[in-house]
Ligand binder design. Sequence first.
Ligand code: B12
Length: 229
Amino acid sequence: LLSLVGVRVAYSALSEAERNDAFHLALVQDNRQRAIGLVTSAFLGGASIASICDGPIRISLERIGDLWNHDEKGILVEHRATELCLQALGVLRAMLPLPADDAPVAVGSAGPEDPYLLPSSMCAVVLGELGFRDVNLGPCTPVSTKLAAVEVYRPLLVWHAASVGGDELSLLVAGLNQSPQGADVRLVAGGRAIVAATALSSVVSLTSMKELQAFARGLVSARVANRPR
Ligand code: B12
C-alpha cells in the first residue's frame, strides 16, 4: 500500500481529463502499479466504484478498442488492458467490507454467447459496494444456469450484462415468470446489445454503472423501510 502513496499524491493534483489520460496510458504501457494506484486513489479520494467504472475504465477501453484497426499490437494491448482492469476491480473489492449475514443477494452474468468479462464483474463490485452479497456467474453463462442460481440464492436483484447476444433476455424473463423464486426478483439489464430488448416491461434497462448504483440503492432503502420492527 505504501507504494501507492506517491501515485495518490500525484492523482489529487490532476483534472478529470488528466486522470482519464493517466489511466489510459498506464493500461497502454502495462504499468500495473500505476493503473491500480490511480484507481485506488480515486476510491480513497471519495469516488464511487460505479463512477470509476463509467469513467476512467470505460473511457480508456473505448480508446484501446480502436487500436486494432491501425496497430498490429492492438489486440495484445486490449487483452492485457482487460486483465489489468479486472485486477484493479479485484483490489477495490478487497477494500470493501464483507457483506452482512442478512445482506440482500444479487446474482448476474453475461449471456451464453457473450465472452466479455468486465461488464458483469463491474456489476458485481458496484453492488458489493452497496452491501449486496453479489454472485457473479461471469461470461458465457446459459440462461438455465442463471435460473438455477435464482432458485439457490433467492436474490433481490438479477443483472444481465449484454455486450453481445440474441434473445436470451426474453428466455430469462420467461424462466423467471415460471419460477416461484422469480416473482420477487427485480431484473436489470445493460450493455451494448440491450437496445432491442427494452420492450420487455419487466426488465429495467440501464445504461451505466451509476444508474445501476442508483437503482440498487433504491431497492436497498425500500427493503430497510419495509422490514418488520
Ligand atoms: C476487450 C474487448 C474485447 C475482448 C474482450 C475480452 C474479455 N474476455 O472481456 C474480446 C477479445 C473478447 C473482444 C472480441 C471482439 N470484439 Co471487442 N472490444 C473490447 C473492448 C476494447 C473493451 C470492452 C470492454 O470490456 N469495455 C468495458 C465495458 C465495461 O464497457 P462497456 O461495454 O461500454 O460497458 C459500460 C456500459 O455499456 C454499461 N454496461 C455494460 N454492461 C452492463 C450491464 C448492466 C446490467 C448495466 C446496468 C450496465 C452495463 O456500463 C459499463 C461501464 O460504463 C471494446 C471497446 C469498447 N468500446 O468497449 C471492443 C469492441 C466492443 N469489440 C469490438 C469488436 C468488433 C470485436 C470482435 C468482433 C473483434 C473480432 N474481429 O474478432 C470480437 C467479437 C467477440 C464476440 N464473440 O462477440 C467492437 C464492437 C463494434 C460494434 N459496434 O459492435 C468494439 C467496440 C471495438 C471497436 N471500436 O471496434 N473484444
